[in-house]
Write a protein that binds this ligand. Structure first.
Ligand code: PEP
Length: 255
C-alpha cells in the first residue's frame, strides 16, 4: 500500500455558514463542477440544519455529505446535541470530530473526541478526526510529541478494523482560517509522524492504508503542491469550500 493506492479525500468544512436554501444551491453548484472527478472522494460537511437540503441536493452526484460534530451518547437528556443514529438516518456518511474550534471554544478534549469517534464508528459513520498543534507548541519544537500524543489518545480502544473508517485530518491550529499555511514539507513531515504513530499502534499495513488529510488555509493556489506530498492524502478545507469554484480547483488538484 502506498500513496497511489490510498483514497484521497477532499472535504469541505462549511463551519457556521449557509442557510438550508443557500446550502442547496452551493451543493448543486459544487456537484456540477466536480462531476466525473472520481480520483478522490468529495465531501461537504455542513451545519446540522442544512443536512436535509444538502443530502437532497447531492442525490445522484459524487458529493457525499458530512456533519461537523456528533454526541457520544445514543439518546437522552443532552439538550442541543445530535446522535450518530440521527445523522445516519438523515443520510450523513462522514462526521468531523475534534475540530480545533470545538476544542478551543466548546471544551472538546481528547477524551470526548475519543468517545465521539467510537460512537460515530459504531453507527457506521466515517470519521474525519482532527488534530494538530497550536502555534506555541510548534515554536517550542514539540509538534511531533503533541500530534503523536493526540493520535494515541483520540484512537484509544479503536480497533484496526474500525481504522478503515477513520481519516485523520492534520490541522495545525495556527494555520486554520489565518491564511498561514504549513509548508508542503512541514505538512508532509507531520502527517508522516502521525502515520508512524498509527504504525506503532496498529502495524504498517493499517498505517499505510490510512488517509491523512492536511487542513489549514488550503486553497486553489497551494493545494497541488501540498497534495503532491507522500503523506498528504487529501485536504480538509474551510474558507475555500464556501466558494464552489475554489473548492472544485482543489478537487481537480487531487485527481
Ligand atoms: C478548517 O476549518 O478545518 C480549515 C482548515 O479552515 P481553513 O481552510 O479556512 O483554514
Amino acid at each position: 500500500m502506498n500513496k497511489a493506492t490510498r483514497k484521497a479525500i477532499i472535504a469541505g468544512n462549511w463551519k457556521m455558514n449557509m442557510t438550508p436554501s443557500e446550502a442547496a444551491v452551493a451543493v448543486k453548484k459544487t456537484a456540477e463542477l466536480v462531476e466525473g472527478k472520481n480520483g478522490c472522494e468529495v465531501v461537504l460537511c455542513v451545519p446540522f440544519v442544512d443536512i436535509a437540503a444538502a443530502v437532497e441536493a447531492a442525490k445522484g452526484t459524487n458529493v457525499k455529505i458530512g456533519a461537523q460534530n456528533v454526541h457520544f451518547e445514543a439518546k437522552g437528556a443532552f439538550t442541543g446535541e445530535i446522535s450518530a443514529a440521527m445523522l445516519v438516518e438523515c443520510g450523513v456518511e462522514y462526521v468531523v470530530i475534534g475540530h480545533s474550534e470545538r476544542r478551543q471554544y466548546f471544551g472538546e478534549t481528547d477524551e470526548t473526541v475519543n468517545k465521539r469517534t467510537k460512537a460515530a464508528l459504531a453507527a457506521g459513520l466515517k470519521v474525519l478526526l482532527c488534530l494538530g498543534e497550536v502555534r506555541d507548541e510548534r515554536l517550542a519544537g514539540i509538534t511531533d510529541e503533541v500530534v503523536s500524543m493526540q493520535t494515541k489518545l483520540d484512537l484509544a480502544g479503536i480497533s484496526a478494523e474500525d481504522m478503515k473508517n477513520v481519516i485523520i485530518a492534520y490541522e495545525p491550529v495556527w494555520a486554520i482560517g489565518t491564511g498561514l499555511t504549513a509548508t508542503p514539507e512541514q505538512a508532509d513531515e507531520t502527517c508522516g509522524v502521525i502515520r508512524a504513530t498509527i504504525a506503532k499502534l496498529y502495524g504498517n499495513d493499517v498505517a499505510e492504508a490510512t488517509t491523512i488529510q492536511y487542513g489549514g488555509s488550503m486553497n486553489d493556489q497551494n493545494a497541488a503542491e501540498l497534495l503532491s506530498k507522500y503523506h498528504v492524502d487529501g485536504g480538509l478545507i474551510g474558507g475555500a469550500s464556501l466558494v464552489p469554484e475554489k473548492f472544485d480547483a482543489i478537487v481537480t488538484a487531487a485527481q
